[in-house]
Design a protein around this ligand. Structure first.
Ligand SMILES: [Zn+2]
Length: 314
């Protein structure tokens, strides 16, 4: 099976040809950045990564990078929760559906603070950068490529985000295909792909969402266990300062009535993962994953959409 017959990405001259394909992981296999996680070590934050950033002419705020990825991964796990709790029919891999739901949720998010109107887009770009950086980290280390995995390959997940972003507003995001490195022909299909995904989201909301007169439903609890590292402490401080988890969970309860309660817990797990565990009624985001994302963020090449994405157009 040939997993990638398209032209290689063109995210700047720093990129080398994609000779090997690697995927990031599988949350159902208890890891969201898993397949490459063993390759994403501290050495990814070393000179090579910083040099690439310098060549790209911009740097990524690694804390914001982590926070953006936390929102994407949290919504991905919430998608698993909803699909299982509501028995939402899915055709095709459920991991793809969870990815699409996460991307669409960030695209459709209504910023509560006008000064943060681009926040969701920045977070979405951070998620795309993480998939790309993880792929690159894995390929550079010769990691095994899990073609058989439940998830799309991480580089495909990167392109999926870019495709839906472009499809959401081709005029505003006219430079996205170039920035992400996909063809104009593919970009045209992204418009249809976004419209189809948007229609599916609307159908899910109408079919399974909260109806007038519904009760409050089961509640949820957010628990921050003690952060074990300086990085995870800083990330938790940022998460709490913008009330990210609280807002995402509030949005979930606004739109869906849950039959049973659950806990969202940020805790140490022994492995870098995020997971919905229905038996424990727990959605866990692990500090090990936060630390891994931070190291990944230090080496991630910024995705610059330049002036094509004017805030006036959003
Ligand atoms: Zn998943």
């Amino acid at each position: 099976m040939k997993a990638n017959s398209t032209k290689p990405p063109k995210r700047g001259a720093r990129r080398r040809p994609w000779a090997v394909l690697v995927a990031i992981s599988a949350c159902s296999a208890q890891a969201l950045l898993g397949a490459a996680q063993s390759q994403i070590r501290a050495d990814e934050s070393t000179a090579g990564a910083h040099q690439r950033q310098s060549e790209a002419g911009a740097r990524t705020d690694p804390i914001e990078f982590v926070v953006g990825n936390v929102e994407y991964l949290l919504v991905h796990e919430i998608a698993h929760l909803l699909i299982s709790e509501k028995n939402i029919p899915i055709i095709g891999p459920v991991e793809n559906a969870a990815d699409y739901i996460a991307t669409m949720a960030l695209l459709l998010e209504e910023p509560l603070d006008p000064t943060q109107r681009d926040r969701a887009q920045r977070f979405l770009l951070a998620a795309a950068m993480a998939f790309s950086a993880s792929w690159e980290a894995g390929t550079s280390k010769g990691a095994e490529i899990p073609y058989w995995g439940e998830h799309a390959l991480s580089i495909q997940r990167y392109y999926q985000i870019g495709c839906l972003l472009y499809g959401s507003d081709p005029a505003a995001f006219v430079r996205v295909p170039h920035a992400f490195g996909f063809s104009g022909e593919r970009a045209q299909s992204c418009v249809t792909e976004y419209a189809r995904a948007s229609g599916a989201i609307e159908w899910v909301l109408q079919t399974y969402g909260r109806r007038p007169g519904d009760g409050p439903g089961a509640e949820s609890e957010i628990v921050y266990e003690k952060a074990p590292t300086g990085v995870s402490t800083s990330v938790v401080q940022r998460l709490r300062s913008i009330e990210l988890l609280e807002r995402v969970i509030a949005r979930l309860h606004e739109r869906f009535t849950l039959d049973r309660p659950f806990r969202l817990v940020i805790r140490s797990c022994g492995r870098p993962e995020a997971a919905w565990m229905p038996d424990r009624r727990e959605l866990a985001i692990c500090y090990e994953l936060i630390d891994t994302l931070y190291r990944l963020g230090l080496g991630a090449a910024p995705l610059v959409l330049d002036d094509a994405r004017s805030s006036d157009q959003r």
